[in-house]
Design a protein around this ligand. Sequence first.
Ligand code: GDP
Length: 511
Amino acid sequence: MPALATVTDTIAAISTPPGRGGIGIVRLSGPQAVSIAVQLVRLRHPPGHLDPIDHAHARLADVLDDDPARDEATRIDEALVTFFAAPNSYTAEDLVEIAAHGSPVVLQLLLRRALALGARLAEPGEFTQRAFLSGRLDLTQAEAVRDLIDAQTLTQARQAASQMGGALSHRVAPIKQSLVDLVALLEAGIDFAEDDLDVTPQQEIARRIAELTPPLAALEASFARGRIVHDGLTLAIVGRPNAGKSSLFNRLVERDRAIVTATPGTTRDLVTERISIGGIPIELVDTAGLREGPPKSLDGSPDGILEEAEQLGIHRSREALADAALVLIVLDATQPLNDEERRLLAAVAGRPAIVAVNKSDLVKSARSENLGPGEKTILGAPGPSHLGTGESSAAGPTGSQTPAERSMPPVVPTSALTGEGIPALREKILALATGGAAAEPGMLTNLRQHQAVTTTLAALADAATANAATIPHEMILLDLYRALWALDSLTGQTTPDDILNLIFSTFCIGK
Ligand code: GDP
């Protein structure tokens, strides 16, 4: 994509999604936007006059056909044409939007004619890139435009809207100012050093660097929550066949998606569905039952070797289990723990996991009879959970817990049949997903932003070390400039063109 200096062309694109719709919009931006647009349409009122076309006023117009069989251009559609004069437009250039009916053929005709009249087909995100290059949006705001469009939950949209409004940029601005002040102070000191004037004392530099660190560290920490809202996470549902994984999956999805049958081992492939809990997108993965050895038929008799398809399903389940950020282990409350489940519990120790003891409707009293003494605690007595939400934890009260027990996941009794315990399960999933990190304005939401902040922090740490070692200020300044450069890359001021192009290429066409 061209850099700012070469932006003299006019770009055009269909800005509405592909397919038929009530309205479809063709957008033109650049110096020729108006001169091209007025050849695509015949503005009404006053008839026959192309000008004036006022800023931000919608004008009714006829969309013109270019049928070569006719001498005069005939109308093929009606449209509303809105002109936004530079610099008061989305791109800060002259911009025209032609809102016709959402007929793909009419929109294609408009676009084809615009290109024939000298416009260039816009690259993905190029309208927003122009807004960025003109300085109307910084990079965090431009990214937020994409995030808003891509949002799958209202919480994501709200986070994007806040960033689009400059929440992150505003948070960074005072930090940058302090950094610039420090650089200026050292630069001045160097200039005057030869004149035997006082240079900035070492303690003063140390103090100023130390002051910069906490707000940057807080910003860096905001990524924990920001990323989860932005990206969501995956929750793998694992457990023995027939424990009720698919039934719980359907309860969480709130509709029948996974196949539920009474025959163990029927979910042979991974079934995934995206849900939103507390506005956080969570990809649920219903796995095949994790089991080893021959399956049993319902009457308990061995059924021969595991089928190949089921083997594959189990293999995929293990992969899903390894990849998922969160694990939901489903136990059958009517059954004692088996070796596979014990191994599973041991395997997730220390990982974010929840145990759902399902079929709670069937066992109110029976369950304790089925379990050995050590296992009673898995299903049993309420105790403090490691999340501090006061629900039962996998092990008993903290006082009597071994370290291994303390790292056991929290336990939620559920009944996929009656729905009992499902709200508690959702709450637990949400608590685990956010890890207790609170939402705040101006969170970092992507890896690029996070890297900018960690690089800034690292450069500042180097500056502090250099200062402590009474290294000349010229050298400290190198670290400080590195910090400044990284911080500026957050808002895009120092982001190289190829990176910018990469970022904008993730946008949709016409935005
Ligand atoms: P999966 O193999 O772990 O996915 O288990 P399914 O979800 O297919 O359920 C296996 C059987 O247990 C089905 O007959 C379900 O109707 C039944 N089931 C699942 N959850 C519950 C529950 O909470 N209570 C009762 N009573 N039955 C359940």
